[in-house]
Design a protein around this ligand. Sequence first.
Ligand SMILES: Nc1ncnc2c1ncn2[C@@H]1O[C@H](COP(=O)(O)OP(=O)(O)OP(=O)(O)O)[C@@H](O)[C@H]1O
Length: 299
Amino acid sequence: MTLLLNQVTKRYGKATAVDHLSLEIPEKEMFGFLGGNGAGKTTTFRMILGLLDRTEGDITWNGEPINYDKSHLIGYLPEERGLYPKLTVKEQIVYLGRLRGMHKQEIIKELEQWLERFKVPEYMAKRVEELSKGNQQKIQFISAVIHKPKLLILDEPFSGLDPVNVEMLKEAVIDLKQQGTSIVFSSHRMEHVEELCEHLCILHKGTPVVQGSLREIKSSFGKKNIVVHADMELAFLERIPGVLRYKKVAEGCEMQVQGEDVAQRIFSELQGKGFVRKFELEEPSLNDIFIEKVGASYE
Ligand SMILES: Nc1ncnc2c1ncn2[C@@H]1O[C@H](COP(=O)(O)OP(=O)(O)OP(=O)(O)O)[C@@H](O)[C@H]1O
């Protein structure tokens, strides 16, 4: 059950929003789909969902074109949330579940389980407008998954949620993945993507600037981060060739360096100069990679 995008392109007049994009989103995986504002993420989602025609290219699910008559295949949590404020949660979800071909009793049973899981069973009879924004988001999430889709597209699923609710939703998403749902996940919060996604693509101006497994992307980036905590002045490290970024912090410093050989040199330079409480060599963060790749292609 792989979702394949092959040379998918969308032009609005002369402007190209998505440019020959090819992606493979494997089964039972959470795939991070990232990009700055206007990169083309929503346009891509809308083409996958069949809401927008492609200018060029193919999109297939398990080797076949997606059949939108069987919309129970896909669940979508759009970035711009939209529930009917005057309906109760039950009316809302039953309505959406019926649209996807479910029976009312089945919908109510599923809904009860989700509300229980999200620790809000009393919401069943509440009108959507009575709920806080974060709690409306839980309901919108339920509306995207009530029909147990095989492919789930989540556009910024955690925005506006408090940390407890972020964890609750994350766990739900991980469970869905383990049950075999393929999930495409877009977020501007890189730490969420690092935590949840095995593979990812960073889109810039409709074209991938980074694509592959998170582990390979990090190791092939080359640059590393170093954290030093020490009882001495460390500013001299900034002048070592290959130190790309230096930041003083309360207990020492944080640096970005060209590679492991520079890290080795720094380690040697510290010997005998004072007491080093911590020396840590880290992979770059996804945030570092995103800023460099998206920033560099602006130039
Ligand atoms: N209906 C439209 N007509 C013309 N241009 C459009 C239309 N919809 C989107 N675009 C353009 O296509 C490009 C991609 O937009 P898109 O909404 O897909 O980006 P995005 O990655 O989802 O951004 P964000 O993170 O800000 O939501 C942008 O330059 C946008 O202005």
